[in-house]
Design a binder for this molecule. Structure first.
Ligand code: KPL
Length: 298
């Protein structure tokens, strides 16, 4: 059996990965703020499983999945640093952008950094129940030299947890494409408190097209080329495929949690400002949510 993975936090995607690993006999530990064993129910493909995860006792950890929200990533990695092996491999997995550079700067030269961008759907109707709500896929890429040179079979092992998985050289185009989708669906559904599918209604189309036109300009300034039409079709497709779902941002708003607005729309606004671009439709959407949410939810 291969060395255990450490899964950080109790988020839906982390517990989805952990559950699928446990079901394929991969040994693993859980890393949480309050160290205690976790018993929970995992529902997938019409079946229910009773799962148990043990809290990590001792490092050094050599393979770590960090599926926490973008705003928590840097802090969590700082907490983990003393417990990481010199050649540890860390895999980030979240919506939004802006974490790779600060995390890379924290790691030792031998410690690998990866990003897994997944479209699997999972949610927790309550704290001890995880539902795999949508079969998706995952794109994984090494994001520093230590990951590119690593002999640890990260892609093969992560395939058990988040399959089907494609290993690519450069994660940036995939992160930007996901950012396009998230920067439309997440804030709009959070603002209008609607399911993803409702955004296919005629009343939203002009705003969605304007958001995507601005997105294409910012992405181009950052070296990523997209066509507005292709992105519009992609957004419509995601809205239709996830028509009954409540976006992660709407779920966060409803539950009174902090949202990923900063790592999604906020990241776009920062990049636009850095390139002296004006993106008024994203700006207005950010401000509309700012007016609606508590300051700590931004
Ligand atoms: O990734 C998502 C999210 O909710 O965060 C989308 C694609 C919008 C699906 O709901």
């Amino acid at each position: 059996m291969s060395a255990p993975w450490l899964v950080v936090g109790k988020g839906a995607i982390g517990l989805l990965a952990a559950s699928r690993w446990l079901l394929s006999n991969q040994s693993l530990w859980l890393w949480q703020k309050t160290p205690q064993p976790l018993s929970y129910r995992f529902s997938a493909g019409g079946r229910d499983f009773a799962m148990q995860l043990q809290n990590a006792v001792q490092g050094p950890f050599s393979k770590v999945l960090v599926p926490v929200k973008a705003y928590d990533v840097v802090h969590v990695v700082q907490t983990l640093l003393p417990h990481l092996a010199d050649k540890a491999q860390l895999v980030l997995c979240h919506n939004g952008m802006g974490t790779l550079e600060p995390v890379a700067a924290l790691l030792k030269p031998g410690q690998g950094l990866w990003f897994a961008s997944t479209s699997h759907g999972a949610y927790k109707p309550h704290a001890l129940h995880v539902i795999h709500s949508g079969l998706g896929s995952t794109v994984l890429a090494p994001c520093n030299d230590a990951a590119r040179c690593s002999e640890t079979p990260i892609a093969a092992e992560l395939t058990q947890a988040l399959s089907p998985l494609t290993l690519v050289d450069d994660i940036q185009p995939y992160l930007w494409q996901k950012l396009a989708v998230n920067s439309v669906i997440n804030p709009l559904t959070a603002l209008h408190q609607c399911q993803n599918g409702e955004l296919n209604q005629a009343q939203y189309q002009a705003q969605i097209k304007a958001l995507l036109a601005e997105f294409v300009q910012v992405a181009a300034a950052c070296g990523q080329q997209f066509s507005e039409d292709t992105l519009y079709q992609l957004v419509q497709q995601v809205q239709s495929n996830t028509a009954q779902n409540f976006s992660s941002m709407l779920q966060d708003v409803t539950a009174g949690r902090r949202t990923e607005l900063g790592a999604i729309t906020g990241y776009l606004l920062q990049q636009a400002a850095a390139h002296q671009l004006s993106i008024p439709t994203h700006q207005a959407l950010y401000q509309a949510l700012e007016a609606k949410l508590a300051p700590w939810q931004l």
